[in-house]
Every structure is written in structure tokens, then in C-alpha cells.
Design a protein around this ligand. Structure first.
Ligand code: HEM
Length: 472
């Protein structure tokens, strides 16, 4: 069991005696009791061995059924006829509106099929140079002389990146900053609204702050819609949504809002946790930087900005996902059913504990240790990134997976190429937020200019410009 206030994810590295030259520099992570439950490998191991493939658990006030067996996890994750995805729950209608995230069955499949070509790997992988250039521009707004709030700054950078490179649009710096600040209110609001929906008399955080944050997301979405610059072939995702929504422009806006919010949410969390691990591991920071210099430099050919040519960086991102990725997915059965042999009543919470699977000692040696090299092409045994289920499974499989595969490593490499990340103040405890995607709450870091040999600064980012215009 990971103890409150123990090392990050219980990492042994954080329990080592502090070295003389780095006295107590490392922050510590404190998981809430609920999160600890879903992350604890003993949780799954004990239950797998002793209690079987499905266990009845208590998470806060809720009784939940945790599915431990991989084939049953697939059955629940893929069986939308029986298991309703959280985003389709009527309690979230204010948030999902008429968009695809709140729809189900054929309408959901149709909308996903419509967007698919625009979000497919060949089109997205080609975005490498644009992601590098956009990140450089957005980094100009990252203070270098004082500690920064990492979750907020990563949300700002990721929102700008998604808008510029995937949604082919732009947004004013003020709206971008407001959106970055609104993210955690939205994320926590949606999480708690869903978690507490069986008890409508318990006050949910759907208060003024949530409505204001939703207003900010709406304003950002409208700006992105209006400022959209279609690709020449008209096959980018916003063009496809606009064309298909002639009679229902609000549906296009709600789809765009879902893409924007979901695109920021998990990507910003991955980058924020990556910053946390960079601060703890200066050696890995140096290795990612060396790779970034080779692949992202101004003289490097554009076709080298590809994740498959960045093994240190992609390994780092995978390890961040393994230890800090989305800890569990949730579904609710529409009617009473059986999961394996286990009867589950209608509406019960069914959890798929991905976080525990990712710490399962049967799958990963030294599972609590942050070790990006376990993903290197030379490592034995070779690990499968697909086993992390980073993008979920079934009909709700992340439509932004290909986008994230290029955005996350290239943004991380660009960040490390121009800044040196240090945790500050030393020795503080970082709490893990209970949001849709957990964030290192309260993580502040110094993002000082890289020393020595800082690369040429990116263009000023007072108004987001067409990334294609920045570099021939
Ligand atoms: C590190 C980055 C990312 C991770 C780890 C991630 C992970 C996930 C996961 C696990 C789900 C499924 C949730 C469930 O089944 O309950 C999901 C859904 C979704 N993701 Fe991502 N995602 C990432 C980036 C993105 C990006 C960049 C976009 C958009 C550009 C995006 C858009 C979406 C949308 C719209 C859904 C909901 C799909 C639906 O309801 O049909 N994601 N994501």
C-alpha cells in the first residue's frame, strides 16, 4: 500500500537517503485514500488471488464492483449495450450538450466515424514540425524567473497546441489563460457530479464556479470555431464537423467543446506529471534534451520530428503514463447483469482499475520505480505500450490517440530543449487531485532558461499565429 506522503507512487528512489549534493530536493506525492485504493498493486494482486476476477468494493460512500480479470475488463469496456459510459450519463447533460460524448449507439458511432479520417495517424503524424513550432511559441509565455503552477501552465500550453495544430485555429492569450485556469474546476466538477449522482441530495460542486468555468470553455470553443482556418483539402476535423452540422450548428460546437476539453485534460496531466519526474530525475532530463537537440534542432530535417525517432522521450512518456496515467475507467450497467459469475445491480459503479494493472509486479519488474529505460528498444523483455491501455478501449477509445502520440513527446522534448525544470520549494508534498484525470496538485517548478547554450528563442506569443507561418 502506498502510504500517505510516501514517495511518488511509492517510488523507492524517493525513499533513498538524500545525497549530499542534492539535500532533500525531491517532492513527495500524497495520494488520497480513494486513489491509493485504485493504484495499489496489492489491491489487485490480493483480490485476484483470493477474491476472484470481480470484487465488491467501497469507494468513499459508493459501493463499486472492481473488475480485475483482463478478459472481463475488455467485456465491460467494449459492451456498451449493457455498460453505459460515464459521459453518456444524464447527470452530465449540461456538460456534454448535443455533442458526441453524451450520445450513444448509432448516433455516437456515426459522429466518431465522421471525425475519424481527420484524427487518423497519417494526417496527425505529419504535424511534428507544427507541434514543435507551436510549443516554442507557447513557451515564450512561460515565466522563467519565478516558480510556475505546473498543472495550470501545462494546461495552457496543451490547450494552445490542440487549438493550433489539431483544430487549426487560434485563440486570444487572455481566453487561453482563462481556459487553463478553468480546467481543474471543470474536471473536478464533472468527476464529482458523476460520482455523487446516485445521491441527489448530496451537494455537488455544480455551483457558481463550475458554471463560470463552463462559460469560459464555451467562450473558448466559440472563438476556436470562428477563427478556424480550414486545411486546403477541407478535411481537418473542424471542417468535417461544420459541414456535417448544417442544420445543427450547436452540435458542431458541442463536439468541438468535447474535443477541446478532452484534448487538454489527459495531455496536460501527462505533461504535468512528466515535469514532476523531470524534476526528480535530472539524468533523464539530460537524456531527453540530448535527443531533442538531435531531432528538433532548427537544422534537423522536418521529417525527423517523429516519435519513432525519439525513443528516450517516448519511453519517458510511457513510464509517466504507467505510474501517473488515468487510474481507472468507470461504467454503469443499464440493467441488472452478471460480470463473470458476479451479479451486478443496475446503475452500480463498475470500475476498471488501470492504475493497479500498471503496477502489477507480474507484468513489470520493480513496478513502483520510475524507470523509462524499461521501454527502450534494447530492454528485455520488450514491453507492450498497448498493455497500458493508455487510451481506453471499446467504443469510447480515445479519438485523440494519434494526436496525443505526436503532441505529448514533441511538446515535452521542445520544453526540455529550452528550459531546465527544477522542483521548488524543495521537499514539499504534492497532492494528487481527484479529478477526471488526476493532476499533481500544487506542483510548482522553476522553468529556468536552459544552461549552457540555450537554443534560439521561439517567436513571441502575444497573439497566436498560424504555426505554418513561423517556419518555412
Ligand atoms: C495523453 C493524452 C491522452 C490520453 C491518455 C487520453 C485518454 C483517453 C481515454 C482513456 C479515454 C476513454 C475514457 C473512457 O473510456 O471512459 C479518452 C476519451 C476521449 N479522448 Fe482522449 N486521451 C488523450 C488525449 C486526447 C486528445 C489530444 C484528444 C483530442 C484532440 C482527446 C479526445 C478524447 C475524446 C473526445 C474522448 C471521448 C470519446 C467518446 O466519448 O467517444 N484525447 N481519452
Amino acid at each position: 500500500m502506498i502510504e500517505e506522503g510516501s514517495g511518488p507512487g511509492g517510488c523507492p528512489a524517493s525513499r533513498e537517503q538524500p545525497r549530499e549534493e542534492e539535500p532533500r530536493e525531491e517532492p513527495r506525492v500524497a495520494h488520497s485514500r480513494t486513489l491509493r485504493f485504485w493504484l495499489d498493486p496489492a489491491n489487485i494482486a490480493v483480490r485476484l488471488g483470493q477474491a476472484g476476477p470481480v470484487t465488491r468494493t467501497k469507494a468513499g460512500p459508493a459501493v463499486a464492483f472492481q473488475v480485475n480479470d483482463p478478459s472481463l475488463i475488455r467485456k465491460v469496456g467494449c459492451g456498451e449495450d449493457i455498460f453505459q459510459a460515464w459521459s453518456a450519463d444524464p447527470c452530465l447533460r449540461d456538460f456534454t450538450g448535443n455533442g458526441f460524448a453524451g450520445s450513444e449507439g448509432q448516433p455516437h458511432r456515426d459522429r466518431r466515424a465522421l471525425m475519424k479520417p481527420a484524427l487518423a495517424a497519417p494526417r496527425l503524424t505529419a504535424l511534428g514540425p507544427a507541434v514543435r513550432d507551436s510549443t516554442e511559441g507557447l513557451l515564450a509565455g512561460l515565466p522563467s524567473d519565478r516558480p510556475v503552477d505546473v498543472p495550470v501552465e501545462m494546461s495552457r500550453i496543451v490547450a494552445g497546441l490542440v487549438i493550433e495544430t489539431v483544430l487549426k485555429s487560434s485563440i486570444s492569450p487572455d481566453t487561453l489563460a482563462a481556459l487553463a485556469r478553468a480546467r481543474s474546476v471543470l474536471s473536478a466538477g464533472v468527476f464529482w457530479t458523476y460520482a455523487l449522482s446516485p445521491w441527489p441530495w448530496v451537494p455537488t460542486p455544480k455551483g457558481r464556479a463550475f458554471r463560470r468555468a463552463l462559460g469560459t470553455l464555451d467562450e473558448a470553443t466559440r472563438e476556436v470555431y470562428v477563427r478556424h482556418r480550414p486545411d486546403a483539402d477541407g478535411k481537418d476535423v473542424v471542417s468535417l464537423l461544420k459541414h456535417a452540422s448544417d442544420n445543427r450548428p450547436d452540435a458542431a460546437l458541442h463536439d468541438l467543446r468535447a474535443l477541446l476539453f478532452a484534448g487538454i485534460e489527459a495531455t496536460a496531466s501527462t505533461l504535468a506529471w512528466a515535469c514532476y519526474e523531470l524534476g526528480r530525475h535530472p539524468d533523464h532530463q539530460a537524456a531527453v534534451r540530448a535527443e531533442a537537440d538531435a531531432v528538433l534542432g532548427a537544422d534537423a530535417p522536418a521529417d525527423t520530428v517523429r516519435p519513432d525517432l525519439m525513443p528516450r522521450t517516448t519511453g519517458f512518456v510511457r513510464e509517466v503514463t504507467r505510474l501517473h496515467g488515468i487510474p481507472f475507467l468507470v461504467r454503469r450497467p443499464r440493467h441488472a447483469t452478471n460480470v463473470g459469475e458476479h451479479p451486478v445491480p443496475a446503475g452500480a459503479l463498475v470500475t476498471l482499475p488501470l492504475g493497479a494493472l500498471r503496477r502489477d509486479p507480474a507484468r513489470y519488474a520493480r513496478p513502483e520505480e520510475f524507470d523509462p529505460l524499461r521501454w527502450s528498444p534494447e530492454a528485455h523483455p520488450q514491453l507492450s505500450p498497448a498493455a497500458l491501455l493508455p487510451y481506453g478501449l471499446g467504443p469510447r477509445y480515445c479519438p485523440g490517440a494519434a494526436a496525443s502520440e505526436i503532441l505529448t513527446p514533441v511538446a515535452l522534448a521542445s520544453l526540455v530543449r529550452s528550459r531546465t525544470l527544477r522542483t521548488t520549494p524543495p521537499g514539499r508534498t504534492v497532492r494528487v487531485s481527484l479529478e477526471l484525470t488526476p493532476m499533481p496538485k500544487g506542483l510548482t517548478m522553476l522553468a529556468a532558461p536552459r544552461e549552457p547554450h540555450p537554443p534560439a528563442p521561439g517567436p513571441a506569443h502575444d497573439e497566436q499565429a498560424d504555426p505554418a507561418a513561423r517556419r518555412p
